[in-house]
Design a protein around this ligand. Structure first.
Ligand code: GRF
Length: 217
């Protein structure tokens, strides 16, 4: 059972999927603490409902990122956290923080990296006219959305999609792949070599293919 610390800033729908997966046994682990940099984040409510410890660490109370991150680390250490999961956490972590959890910080991003890193990426995908987008769970390195990729899910993008429509379509997949990535970690099946993640006991499926619009359209 791994001890998971989740960092959040907002609604926490991904946190919810992780809490539910821990409860159902789909993740061999438990969420030991949920830390938010925003006091009113709904994610805190979701954690409390499950009886999980919550902490608020407002970034504005600290003179710089180093002090803020040191406080985060102290809180995570107090709960003996082994895996740090970023779930809608809107701060960039310092290299010092990442060095204290080597290969043990994950993030989810609502696009198919390395396309569309950063913010506002759903609208960017629609505006670019891509036929597919999706979501990516990756290990966090010192760049923004640049770390080794663990799992991705693909969804279609339609020319007349609103940002909200695409957001919802992608979120449904986020809630599937984040718990799966965490479980792969919990099972010790992930090995990072350079910028590639190898997953132990993974078969190849050459028939896996998506076309949008469908060929029978
Ligand atoms: C998700 O879209 C995730 O991809 C991004 O932040 C959003 C968090 O949503 N990193 P929620 O707070 O989990 O509902």
């Amino acid at each position: 059972m791994i001890r998971i610390g989740v960092l959040v800033s907002g609604s926490g729908s991904n946190l919810q999927s992780i809490l539910d997966a821990c409860e159902s046994g789909a993740i061999d682990g438990e969420v030991s603490v949920v830390i938010s940099n925003v006091s009113g984040a709904f994610a805190l409510e979701r954690a409390r409902k499950k009886g999980v410890a919550t902490r608020v660490v407002p970034h504005g109370n600290y003179p710089d990122r180093a002090h803020f991150d040191a406080e985060l680390k102290a809180r995570l250490d107090a709960h003996r956290v082994e895996l740090v999961v970023l779930a809608g956490f809107m701060r960039v972590l310092t290299p010092e923080f990442l060095r204290s959890f080597p290969g043990r910080v994950m993030n989810i991003h609502p696009a198919l990296l390395p396309s569309f890193p950063g913010l506002g990426v759903r609208q960017k995908a629609i505006d670019h006219g891509v036929r597919f987008s999706g979501c990516t769970v990756h290990f966090v390195d010192e760049g923004v959305d640049t770390g080794p990729i663990i799992i991705q899910a693909v969804v279609p993008v339609y020319s007349d999609d609103t940002e909200d429509e695409l957001k919802e379509r992608i979120l449904r997949q986020e809630h599937q792949i984040y718990p799966k990535a965490i479980q792969l970690f919990a099972q010790g099946r992930l090995e990072v070599v350079g910028r590639k993640v190898f997953i132990r006991d993974l078969g190849k499926d050459d028939s896996l293919c998506l076309v949008n619009p469908r060929l029978d359209t």
